[in-house]
Design a protein around this ligand. Structure first.
Ligand code: ATP
Ligand code: MG
Length: 137
């Protein structure tokens, strides 16, 4: 079984959508194997999203990710990385397929409710950024 890293973003935690989003993961066959609610500083958000440093929306993205608590999770399942991205839907909710998390819940291309790792290497580093070995069973 594969593992991937997921964030339920501030726009979703603020609207009390954590349970509704986890239900989408579980219905798709993904299992929550680690979970914690944390409030990132802007600097921590910036470090997590460092790959986007040169993008025009970077500052806005870091402000947003530090604007309220997030729920960081590790999801496990068959083809978990691809399956999670499928359940999330396209980055821009206007392009997201019906029934996906972003189609149902996202507010805009920036405030789009969830993050999911895009490849095995990023899943590994993102999980390690948020969870210690002791928290991963
Ligand atoms: P994520 O990495 O959060 O799972 P993604 O892989 O679908 O989403 P990326 O291209 O990696 O999308 O962008 C990372 C995040 O940056 C997006 O989820 C979104 O919150 C924000 N973002 C992306 N494009 C824009 C944009 N044009 N304007 C504002 N914010 C954006
Ligand atoms: Mg991405």
């Amino acid at each position: 079984l594969e593992r991937t890293f997921s964030i339920i973003k501030p726009d979703a935690t603020k609207r009390n959508l954590t349970g509704a989003i986890v239900k989408k993961f579980e219905d798709a066959g993904l299992r929550v194997v680690a979970s914690k609610r944390i409030h990132l500083t802007k600097a921590q958000a910036g470090e997590f999203y460092a790959v986007h440093k040169e993008r025009p929306f970077y500052d806005e993205l870091c402000e947003f990710m530090a604007s309220a608590p997030i729920v960081a999770q590790v999801l496990e399942g068959e083809d978990a990385i691809a399956k999670n991205r499928e359940v999330m839907g396209a980055t821009n909710p206007a392009d997201a397929a019906p029934g996906t998390i972003r189609a149902e819940f996202a507010e805009s291309v920036g405030e789009n409710s969830v993050h999911g790792s895009d490849a095995p290497e990023t899943a590994k580093t993102e999980i390690a950024y948020f969870f210690s070995g002791l928290e991963l069973v």
